[in-house]
Ligand binder design. Structure first.
Ligand SMILES: *Cc1c(COP(=O)(O)O)cnc(C)c1O
Length: 386
């Protein structure tokens, strides 16, 4: 029997999306492909709530999306401020440094996020070209205050790059209204498509910063100059070639974005919040503590939960024996002390209750003492109370 995949990406996907992957591959200049690629680009702009942004859909993972943003916006010697909430913020800093940026970190303790006021203190010193923030840091389950940070960056005339890889289409985000310059993500998390696509919506200020570069982009594959004419052509209903698009993945993306928009973004955000609340109720009822230090910084797309006293990382294997795949820790300081449960994309009450039940049985097998059913009952009460 197939296990239920409840990790923070890849996640469970809709049948229609998987069917698109199995459809006969169209040529990349086939009119049917041109039309679905063009529609996927328009839909991506709608999902980011960024009517004025330029969408990019490029073969690669989320890390490529991060590198695309940096390679095009940053020139050697530019100063970058990294709002650091963990593993993926560190990765962003590494990419920035590799492209010649001088990086300053604003850090918080694991499980917490720097406040808007702290970031403001750094921006007031001046000189930054770009500020990066990880919307949800998948290593800790921490949600950063992206609205405040995006507005702040705009106020200071600094470009904002938001890594939405574990957030886009799951956490509330209004790119245009909040003034965020780049929103980047990957296909396999809340966007609901198997791994393989880097996705970006780049606002007009960021496109202008790219146009005003003094130095060429250091990578041909990353250069907007290669990709912009392709994205513009497909959106205008014309074929164009730079590098072969992953035809079936783009087809699957179009299908998934269509499903996301049909559900409605606000309804989808609310569903993710409702599921996250029920998971939190379950963890609390089982006597488990979460990594994020407060509800304000707790993500709705995954739970990062400490193992209780006397239970170790073998819990993850026991949960799998019970039919559900969850993930171990990722933050280098705490790796062995917690596990993670992804709850994004098509997650609903059925998957939620199956997951809490599997975790309960695994905890019991690990010797943790609790009233069997306590987590399920708390989750069910939370779901019922709306
Ligand atoms: C998963 C993730 C990434 C990396 O994406 P890959 O597709 O694994 O390259 C980057 N940032 C965040 C916040 C993520 O959750």
């Amino acid at each position: 029997m197939r296990d239920l995949l409840m990790i923070p990406g890849p996640v469970e996907f809709e049948q229609e999306v998987l069917q698109a992957l199995g459809a006969p591959t169209l040529g990349h200049t086939d009119p049917a492909f041109i039309s679905l690629f063009g529609r996927a680009l328009k839909r991506l702009r709608e999902v980011s709530l960024a009517p004025g942004a330029q969408p990019f859909v490029i073969s690669g993972s989320g890390t490529l999306a991060m590198e695309l943003a940096v390679a095009n916006l940053v020139e050697p010697g530019d100063a970058a401020l990294v709002v650091n909430t963990g593993y993926f913020s560190d990765r962003m800093a590494k990419i920035l440094e590799r492209h010649g940026a001088k990086v300053t970190h604003v850090r918080a303790a694991p499980g917490d996020a720097p406040s808007v006021a702290e970031v403001k203190g750094h921006l007031e010193r001046g000189g930054f070209k770009v500020v990066t923030v990880t919307h949800v840091d998948t290593s800790t389950g921490v949600l950063a205050p992206v609205e405040g940070l995006s507005r702040l960056a705009r106020e200071f005339g600094v470009l904002s790059v938001v890594d939405g890889v574990c957030a886009t289409a799951g956490e509330v985000f209004h790119q245009d209204a909040w003034g965020a310059d780049v929103y980047l993500t990957a296909s396999q998390k809340a966007v609901g498509v198997p791994p393989g696509l880097a996705l970006l919506t780049v606002g007009p200020r960021a496109m202008e910063a790219w146009r005003q570069r003094r130095t060429p982009v250091a990578s041909v594959y990353c250069d907007f100059a290669e990709w912009l004419p392709i994205m513009e052509a497909y959106e205008a209903g014309k074929p164009a070639y730079f590098a072969t698009p992953p035809v079936n993945l783009v087809h699957a993306l179009d299908v998934s974005l269509g499903l996301i928009l049909a559900e409605g973004l606000e309804a989808r955000f609310a569903r993710h919040q409702r599921m996250a609340r029920a998971f939190r109720a379950a963890w609390a009822a089982l006597g488990l503590r979460m990594l994020p230090v407060s509800e304000a910084v707790t993500a709705n797309t995954l739970s990062a939960v400490y193992y209780p006293e006397g239970v170790d990382a073998s819990l993850v294997g026991r949960v799998k024996t019970e039919g559900v795949v969850v993930a171990g820790g990722l933050h280098p300081d705490l790796k062995a002390r917690y596990f993670r449960v992804g709850h994004m994309n098509r997650v609903g009450p059925a998957d939620l209750l199956a997951t809490v039940g599997a975790v309960e049985r695994a905890l019991a097998a690990s010797g943790h003492r609790f009233q069997p059913g306590a987590g399920l009952s708390a989750a069910e009460s939370s779901l019922t109370s709306r």
